[in-house]
Design a binder for this molecule. Structure first.
Ligand SMILES: *[C@@H]1O[C@H](CO)[C@@H](O)[C@H](O)[C@H]1NC(C)=O
Length: 268
């Protein structure tokens, strides 16, 4: 009976969650996830980007170290900044690359936590709908990948933003690549809605820390340099709403960039 009740209440929760999502969608807001903190109110997480190489290019070595550090820090979740599957995203929801580059690589115990992922430009070269499909969670329940969404972890709120559609060159000079823009066109409409949703979510946030996560650089001293579209359209929003930090991938190196106008007392 107890287990039946349990079953019933989780079904109920699932239904409530769907209803909630439906209501949010009706108002075109960003989907929200909740992440509880540790008992002392703290949270710790790892960030990784530009990784899915079937273990090659030192992916397995990095995964091993993530497992070790993840254990040490007793992490609560993992953030992925996109370019999850090289070279061209996933082909379908049955693409073996999903397991070869994810399930079979991040096997450490400490990494069996929720992963929150956005898409990178390489993911857009594959079947985007497949990579975003909730049915991937049947293979890996820790996989959550959406274009843009919010993760509320009490002291910190993370705003995940789909940055690839901002970048002009993927539309104007795609070279020999094909990008899957289903769901993104008309582009200006998509981008202005996204910026509007982000702005209202940032304004409403009461979290101590506001962190924005995206694939592309805003400022950079690395290989790709700055992303001028994000510097122009996204950066002013972050500054106006006291966002403490923007975390990105794309550059394949570790950079820590601060600004002289930043309010934050950086302890890194
Ligand atoms: C793997 O890492 C080692 C040590 O940093 C480096 O010398 C090597 O080039 C890397 N291999 C690849 C394929 O990137």
């Amino acid at each position: 009976m107890a287990s039946f009740r349990h079953h019933f209440s989780s079904m109920h929760l699932v239904w409530m969650a769907c209803f909630h999502v439906y209501v949010l969608c009706a108002f075109a807001e960003l989907q929200r996830f909740e992440q509880p903190t540790k008992d002392d109110g703290s949270i710790s997480f790892l960030v990784v980007g530009d990784w899915g190489r079937k273990g090659n290019y030192n992916q397995s070595n990095v995964a091993f170290q993530m497992g070790r550090i993840g254990e040490e820090l007793s992490i609560d979740f993992v953030v992925s900044t996109g370019d999850n599957f090289y070279e061209d995203g996933l082909r379908s929801i049955n693409d073996p690359v999903f397991e070869k580059s994810f399930s079979k690589i991040y096997t450490a115990k400490s990494l069996q936590k929720q992963w929150y992922s956005v898409l990178g430009n390489h993911d857009y070269r594959g079947n985007v709908k497949a990579q975003l499909s909730p049915s991937l969670r049947n293979i890996e329940s820790r996989w959550i990948c959406l274009r843009s969404f919010i993760l509320n972890a009490e002291i910190v709120e993370l705003f995940f933003i789909d940055t690839t559609p901002f970048v002009d060159k993927y539309f104007l000079k795609p070279k020999h690549h094909r990008y899957d823009w289903r769901g993104v066109m008309p582009r200006q409409h998509y981008l202005s809605n996204l910026l509007k949703d982000l702005e209202s979510a940032l304004q409403d946030s009461t979290a101590d820390w506001k962190i924005v996560v995206g694939h592309h650089t805003i400022r950079s001293i690395g290989h790709h340099g700055e992303t001028k579209e994000l510097k122009k359209q996204l950066l002013p929003l972050l500054e106006a709403n006291n966002v403490e930090m923007y975390i990105n991938g794309h550059d394949h190196c570790l950079e820590h960039i601060t600004s002289s106008t930043s309010q934050i007392k950086s302890n890194f």
